[in-house]
Design a protein around this ligand. Structure first.
Ligand SMILES: Cc1cc2nc3c(=O)[nH]c(=O)nc-3n(C[C@H](O)[C@H](O)[C@H](O)COP(=O)(O)O)c2cc1C
Length: 330
């Protein structure tokens, strides 16, 4: 079956099981609780963005036992994403390549879905909402899309992720460069402070970065994050690098590579970030967690929390339990 069709079928089967009352309770597995971003995470294992782009399956996914769930990336307006096929499995490498391109139903539908979730209403775990820009918004107006999304999701989020690291939206990763990044983050910070004052509730901002950065670029990003007072960084998104899968029939598909081949690179980014950020900024480590021990390796590299996407495709929900168990004593 085509990988994206399999993805859709799995999520609708999960919904059917939920309707039949056949899923475990939608609550975090007991694990090592973590205080970060001014929030209490019941365990340090989260769902990474992109698996549930429309926040349509929160309660079903919460039954896997995550301590936190991040949904999105959402853009202001609905958009179809790139033509299919656009998601590929490389099972020999326990990896995926995707060039989905932020296919999603837009901000209004996203917020309606979040509001419908029992897991969210009862505050059982921590909810991250991940925001981006529409493909047809010129890059010089990207800030407007991020501000629209931030304002829309703010009342419903425990934290908001600013995703400037997808390789599948033209020009997006350029927002990681110094002057553009400083401008974008300052404007988002101002808006966050305005919203916090108006709503009497501070929602932290987290920046999601690519793995394809030099140590110098990571240092520059860290400096800007500290200067602006962004509360956390997610490292990392998918990679454009294909060295680890060279020779595979699918290796040259355009898009971002995720899964096992990403582990070492994203752990390196975490280490460089932690050295540059010092102890106070939260780091969420993501990329290549396929075993409980991989989650531990991210904490050892300096992350406070971890997220999983591709590992779930190859290991299923048992991976969440493995990672929660392994990180209990880490
Ligand atoms: C099919 C697919 C879609 C993704 N979509 C998004 C997205 O919309 N927003 C985002 O921030 N990251 C997205 N990601 C990146 C993941 O959140 C994660 O950073 C990356 O896959 C590395 O983790 P992994 O090796 O556990 O998959 C996506 C990844 C995959 C495989």
């Amino acid at each position: 079956m085509d990988a994206e069709t399999a993805h859709d079928v799995t999520l609708s089967s999960l919904e059917r099981l939920k309707a039949l009352g056949m899923l475990p309770p939608a609550q975090p597995l007991p694990g090592r609780a973590v205080s970060a971003l001014g929030l209490r995470f019941p365990n340090p294992v989260g769902l990474a963005a992109g698996l549930d782009k429309n926040a349509a399956h929160l309660d079903a996914l919460a039954s896997f036992g995550f301590g936190f769930i991040e949904v999105g990336t959402v853009t202001p307006r609905p958009q179809p994403g790139n033509p299919r096929p656009r998601l590929f499995r490389l099972p020999e490498h326990r990896a995926l390549i995707n060039r989905l391109g932020f296919n999603n139903l837009g901000l209004t539908s996203f917020i309606e879905n979040v509001q419908r979730s029992t897991w969210v209403r009862e505050r059982r775990g921590v909810l991250g909402l991940n925001i981006g820009k529409n493909a047809d918004t010129p890059i010089e107006h990207a800030e407007d899309d991020y501000l629209t999304c931030l304002t829309g999701v703010y009342p419903w989020a425990d934290y908001v992720t600013i995703n400037i690291s997808s390789p599948n939206t033209q020009g997006l990763r350029d927002l990681q460069h110094e002057a553009a990044l400083r401008r974008l983050l300052h404007r988002l910070k101002d808006t966050q402070q305005g919203l916090a004052a108006r709503m009497h509730r501070h929602v932290p901002l987290v920046l999601k970065i690519a793995p394809d950065l030099s140590d110098q670029q990571i240092d520059d990003i860290a400096r800007t994050v500290l200067e602006v007072g962004i509360e956390g960084v997610i490292a990392t998104n998918t990679t454009l690098d294909r060295q680890a899968v060279a020779g595979h029939a699918r290796a040259e598909e355009r898009g971002g590579l995720s899964g096992a081949p990403l582990l070492a690179r994203s752990n390196h980014v975490i280490r460089v970030l932690r050295a540059a950020l010092g102890p106070d900024t939260t780091i969420i480590g993501v990329g290549g967690v396929l075993e409980g021990e991989d989650a531990v390796s991210k904490l050892q590299a300096g992350a406070d929390l971890v997220q999983i996407y591709s590992g779930l495709i190859y290991r299923g929900p048992a991976l969440v339990a493995d990672a929660v168990r392994a990180t209990r004593s880490a």
